[in-house]
Write a protein that binds this ligand. Structure first.
Ligand SMILES: *Cc1c(COP(=O)(O)O)cnc(C)c1O
Length: 380
């Protein structure tokens, strides 16, 4: 694991703290989740939910997850056998890859990709095969032929993240169908990272891979309360999949962490049952914040790529006269008092993303406005 070093988020957040810069790097909200859900966690702690919960998760949460899948997506999962609670989506991804991939197996992932994918695949001694997303008419997407060409006899799984961090793309049904067709034809498993499932904009709907024909039986669907309810510090996620796949993932999960924290699980069960209106308000608030930050970045001279979901907006830095996002983000605190993330760190082939920088907009309006005002210094 030596090659992985420390993550860019640690480096950039430390830089923000040292220089007093506004941190639009790491994607965590600067406001709290729904009060009723926070109260439920406090109540759970005060009323004895403080010992190891069952390995697969608190039954109340597993039932709430199954009901939510059924209401929202018309997907039926048996809460007793087909839902597994994890320590965030991060553990769900790691346990899924470790459980389902043998050494030497190949896992296809779209680059730029969330940084834990490469680490999880390395831990499994499997091989990550990247397929690059590129902007087409201002939106990152993949070339179906490139995806097809990436499949080999060793391919075991495709890791699909939609809504996609860091590009903000929400894959269309047609795009997902290209992936699904390959999975069916070549007998691949889809591991789907859907942590931003509720955070889509402009009326764009998230389509879960498992709702496509023939896909429920071969999809490991991963969600998290962190992004849905603005509680990234709770690290509570879950896997929904057919029982044999869940059993495999749980076999690994039990030796990573055994179980996830009890009070959060009870509170998230409450959230899924009673706080979905709060989530709708979060979504529309985030859409406004996206527009606010996009406007500020455009005024500062960036080329801005409009995201349809997530917390993030991608910018092309070349109009400002820069070519290397890593160099720019390391200098950005001194140039403008703002911290962002160089998108190239999310690529297998960093040169393909060298000129992009990612900014997070899950921040208070006044923070976004102040960052926008400071970034104007770049073109001054
Ligand atoms: C935040 C994030 C995760 C991690 O979720 P946790 O529940 O905090 O572990 C996974 N995937 C993507 C794409 C994310 O942005």
């Amino acid at each position: 694991m030596r090659a992985f070093g420390t993550t860019i988020f640690a480096e950039m957040s430390a830089l923000a703290a040292q220089t007093g810069s506004i941190n639009l790097g790491q994607g965590f909200p600067d406001t709290d989740g729904p009060a009723g859900m926070l109260d439920r966690a406090v109540q759970a702690i005060g009323s004895g939910a403080n010992q190891y919960p069952p390995g697969p998760g608190v039954p109340e949460l597993r039932r709430a997850v199954a009901e939510h899948r059924a209401d929202h997506y018309r997907l039926d999962y048996d809460p007793a056998r087909e839902v597994l609670v994890t320590v965030g989506a991060t553990e769900a991804i790691a346990a899924s890859v470790l459980a389902l991939c043998e050494p030497g197996d190949e896992v296809i992932a779209f680059e730029p990709y969330y940084d834990s994918y490469a680490a999880s695949i390395a831990l499994a001694q499997a091989r990550l095969v990247p397929v690059t997303l590129r902007p087409v008419e201002g939106r990152f997407t993949f070339d179906p032929d490139e995806l097809r060409a990436a499949v080999t006899p060793r391919t075991r799984a495709v890791l699909v993240n939609s809504p996609h961090n860091p590009t903000g793309t929400v894959f269309t049904r047609e795009e997902l169908e290209v992936v699904a067709e390959l999975c069916r034809e070549r007998d691949l498993i889809a591991i789907t990272d859907e942590v931003y499932e509720h955070l889509t904009f402009d009326g764009v709907a998230h389509v879960p891979m498992a709702t496509l024909p023939g896909m429920r039986e071969r999809t490991v669907m991963i969600s998290s309360a962190g992004k849905t309810f603005s509680v990234t510090g709770w690290k509570t996620g879950w896997v929904c999949a057919p029982a044999p796949l869940v059993t495999a993932v749980q076999t690994v999960k039990q030796f990573l962490t055994f179980t996830a924290g009890a009070p959060w699980q009870l509170a998230v069960a409450h959230g899924l049952r009673h706080e979905l209106e709060w989530v709708s308000a979060l979504r529309s608030g985030l859409q406004d914040k996206r527009d606010r930050l996009m406007e500020g970045l455009a005024a500062a001279g960036f080329e801005v790529l409009r995201p349809a979901g997530t917390y993030f907006v991608q910018t092309d830095i070349r109009p400002l006269g820069f070519t290397d996002g890593l160099e720019l983000t390391r200098r950005l605190p001194e140039l403008a008092g703002v911290v962002a993330i160089p998108t190239q760190v999310f690529y297998d082939r960093p040169e393909r993303g060298r000129h992009y920088v990612r900014f997070a907009f899950c921040k208070k309006d006044e923070v976004i406005d102040e960052a926008a005002a400071r970034l104007k210094r770049l073109s001054a």
